[in-house]
Design a protein around this ligand. Structure first.
Ligand code: ASP
Length: 419
């Protein structure tokens, strides 16, 4: 077997990313390679809906008593709120220190309005979207929040049922979930090729002309994301599990690479699920509960971005925000990140909700959103990495608190990580 194929998956993926970027900087966007990227993305998207459905139903149905389910729910949601809040505060502080918007000339001719992008009308809309009127339609329209709500409900009902019907359904959903995981593992074998093509496509399509204008803004967000992903979250992991976070990061590195290449937490979910279960030592019970929901509602990177982005716009327009308005930004940024779909650029779209909350709804503000849209791709790639990293840390922390041993898998992954 060629030596490169004997390397651990995360090394293969890293090499593929670098090669993809180098390739695109020489040859730009190459048609056939874009098709390879598309095929890989379609394979992943193909299994997302059945994976979410079967994993949640089988996971929740396996938690026999309502009390454990409630406990898991409370722990998971508390972690989501805490980690997103920490991310937002990092964004708030950094943007206030670096002030990337000061002195920026408002661009003309690139105005983007809320109507031209699909935004949910209000916070109430986000809550309402939880309940699908038709679960099959929710699945076909990729309405993941609605699908999760239905799946948790169904799983809880199966858990509460008694007798052979419950047993049959449990066995069925366990088996269906296992089949989905097997499909995922087959697709993941293509990960290095997929990542190579996806990165080449992303780099090939990026326009670098406006990057100079908003470089400071991009650097601010990048520092914030780096701080959150590589200082705050590892610290949280260490404090709550007393384990070395490096093992965890090594275990989830294929998922991080995947998030970076696809800019979609949803498309990354199959890889996240596999990495967390097989390498990070988290049980099926916890990961099936935490990860699909996390991919959809727990977006630390996006939350940080919403906050920093709006402050950037306010600074560029010389609009001073008092303490109270900054609190409103923090709270709406949290909600916007919950409501953002787990697909590329969803976070940018949600920025209108935060802008509206503080009354920044003029054409100049929208022109700045247009500018941000032009350079969104690399930021989106990075915030998606942060989003899924937080989900995996949540899964590990919750698993540890439930008495699971994260150590065994960590040791194994260390042994397998090769050179
Ligand atoms: N692309 C991000 C994700 O899927 C969401 C965002 O645009 O912030 O996690």
């Amino acid at each position: 077997m060629p030596r490169v194929l004997r390397l651990a998956l995360h090394w293969q993926v890293l090499i593929a990313m670098v090669l993809g970027a180098v390739f695109a900087s020489f040859f730009g966007s190459v048609g056939p390679l874009n098709q390879v990227a598309e095929v890989f993305l379609r394979l992943l998207r193909m299994i997302i809906v059945p994976l979410i459905f079967t994993s949640i139903v089988s996971g929740v149905a396996g938690i026999a008593d309502g009390k454990s389910l409630g406990r898991l729910g409370v722990k998971t949601l508390s972690f989501y709120v805490l980690s997103s809040f920490l991310a937002i505060v990092a964004g708030l502080v950094l943007t206030n220190i670096i002030r990337p918007g000061d002195g920026l000339e408002t661009p003309s001719g690139v105005e983007v309005t809320p109507d031209s992008l699909e935004t949910p009308g209000s916070v109430a809309d986000i809550v309402m979207r939880l309940i699908p009127t038709n679960p099959v339609q929710a699945a076909s329209e990729f309405d993941i929040l609605g699908l999760i709500f239905f799946s948790i409900f169904l799983g809880a009902v199966i858990a509460a049922m008694e007798g052979s019907a419950s047993e049959t359904l449990r066995t069925f959903f366990d088996a269906a979930f296992e089949a989905m995981m097997r499909m995922t593992q087959v697709i993941i074998k293509l990960l290095p090729i997929g990542v190579f093509a996806l990165i080449a496509r992303a780099v090939g399509e990026m326009g670098f002309d406006v990057f100079e204008q908003v470089g400071k803004y991009m650097v601010t967000i990048a520092i914030g994301l780096t701080f959150h992903a590589f200082v705050t979250l590892p610290l949280v992991y260490f404090v709550l599990t007393r384990r070395n976070p490096i093992h965890h990061y090594r275990a989830i590195s294929p998922a991080m690479a995947m998030a970076f290449s696809t800019s979609s937490s949803a498309a990354t979910l199959p890889v996240t699920m596999t990495s967390v279960q097989e390498n990070a030592g988290v049980s099926k019970k916890v990961s099936t509960f935490v990860l699909p929901m996390g991919a959809t509602v727990n977006m630390d990177g996006t939350a940080l971005y919403e906050c920093a982005g709006v402050l950037f716009i306010a600074q560029a327009l010389s609009v001073g925000l008092d303490f109270q308005q900054q609190v409103v930004v923090v709270l709406t940024a949290l909600l916007a990140s919950v409501g953002a779909a787990a697909v590329p650029s969803a976070g940018l779209v949600m920025i209108f909700i935060v802008l509206e909350a503080i009354g920044l709804t003029n054409p100049a503000a929208y022109a700045l959103v247009g500018l941000m849209l032009a350079v969104d791709r690399p930021l989106d790639m990075y915030r998606t990495v942060v989003n899924i990293t937080s989900d995996t840390i949540c899964a590990a922390v919750v698993a540890h608190s439930e008495g699971e041993d994260l150590g065994a898998a960590a040791q194994q992954s260390k042994a397998e990580s090769g050179p």
